[in-house]
Ligand binder design. Structure first.
Ligand code: ASP
Length: 346
């Protein structure tokens, strides 16, 4: 028995722990034992540099393509329940919706005072040439740093703020990027190099508190995501936004914040926001923010009551809308919080 701090690894599913089945890859069993076996193959110096950890497998590990806001909530609850027993938490998750779950965790775990590092892999742990072990080793080494007090993603040598990250490649191990914010750390020669001046610890972190609202009412289509295309019609937008179950939507508009100069379309947006739906816009360009009003074509956006999402990722913006709508806030409070930075997302 040592007094060394211990980490928690939560296995939620994803390729990292998958095995071949007759239907294709699916989450496998006994992840803890399989991980021990894989780690035993590391060179001794790297094995010794790893912190102690316990592994907990969630009862039904999933392919993350099936995740819903209920799964985000389940993960956050699990971490909240156990975080005080551990120096840091590593979440193993499928890569397809990893950036969504990790972004949602960042809002739910606001003010967390220890590392939460989310990772996964493009290849299963036991596959030849797999990236799994490298990503897990890196995640463990960052998750032991007490100065890292936020939710991050560790992948292919890069440590990124969760609410700034996106999946960008379907096959390459270097599958994630942080389009509008620099890396929080890097894995250099098997060492964790942390850029503390970029982290939330040295920036605003808000009051230390968790927010774990009930996402149930929003989990089955309570929020919509609308990406503009040339020729989009007001009729189509109406289908989405007039649905009574839809309480908020993210619009992905052109360039620096422009949308078609179509009074009918603008009317649908104005009506929905006038009814109290939380509508926000970001750009569909992968990099840069929006500044509605720079062009005449963008000025109309602000007049419809659609809020600017600045340079947020779609993952960070949509999970933030979900989070704000799940709480008992007034419309003005929701808008004010959407427009401010809660966890470094904008
Ligand atoms: N479909 C898998 C998942 O997201 C892909 C992966 O983990 O890379 O669970």
């Amino acid at each position: 028995m040592t007094d060394a701090p211990t980490l928690l690894i939560l296995y939620a599913g994803g390729t990292v722990g998958m095995v071949d089945t007759s239907h294709g890859l699916a989450p496998g069993k006994d992840f803890a034992a399989r991980l021990d076996l894989a780690l035993a193959g590391l060179p001794p110096a790297r094995r010794l540099a790893l912190p102690d950890f316990n592994v907990i497998e969630l009862p039904d590990p999933i392919d993350s393509s099936a995740a819903t806001p209920r799964d985000w909530q389940r993960l956050a609850k699990e971490i909240t329940r156990r975080n005080r027993e551990y120096a840091g938490i590593v979440v193993l998750h499928g890569t397809d919706t990893l950036a969504w779950s990790a972004s949602s965790l960042a809002y739910q775990l606001q003010g967390i005072d220890r590392p939460v590092v989310v990772t996964g892999a493009m290849q299963p742990l036991e596959a030849q040439g797999s990236d799994a072990l490298n990503n897990i080793e890196m995640a463990l080494r960052f998750a032991i740093l007490p100065a890292l007090q936020e939710v991050t993603i560790a992948f292919a040598g890069k440590l990124m703020r969760a609410v700034r990250s996106r999946k960008r490649h379907t096959q390459s191990p270097d599958a994630f990027f942080s389009p509008n914010y620099p890396l929080l750390g890097e894995w250099v020669n098997h060492d964790a190099v942390f850029y503390a001046d970029r982290s939330l610890t040295t920036q605003q972190r808000g009051a230390p508190r968790f927010e774990l609202p009930d996402y149930n009412a929003l989990a089955d289509g309570g929020i919509a995501r609308l990406v503009l295309w040339p020729g989009i019609s007001a009729r189509q937008v109406t289908y989405w936004l007039e649905d009574d179950l839809v309480r908020g939507a993210l619009l992905e508009v052109w360039g620096g914040g422009n949308l078609p100069d179509d009074p009918a379309l603008l009317g649908v947006l104005a009506r929905a926001s006038g009814e109290g739906k939380l509508l926000a816009a970001i750009s569909q360009c992968p990099q840069g923010g929006i500044a509605p009003g720079h062009y005449a074509a963008g000025r109309a956006l602000a007049e419809t009551g659609v809020l600017s999402g600045d340079d947020m990722t779609p993952e960070a913006a949509l999970t933030k809308i979900t989070h704000l709508l799940a709480q008992p806030l007034s419309e003005a409070q929701r808008q004010q919080r959407f427009l401010s930075s809660l966890v470094g997302e904008r």
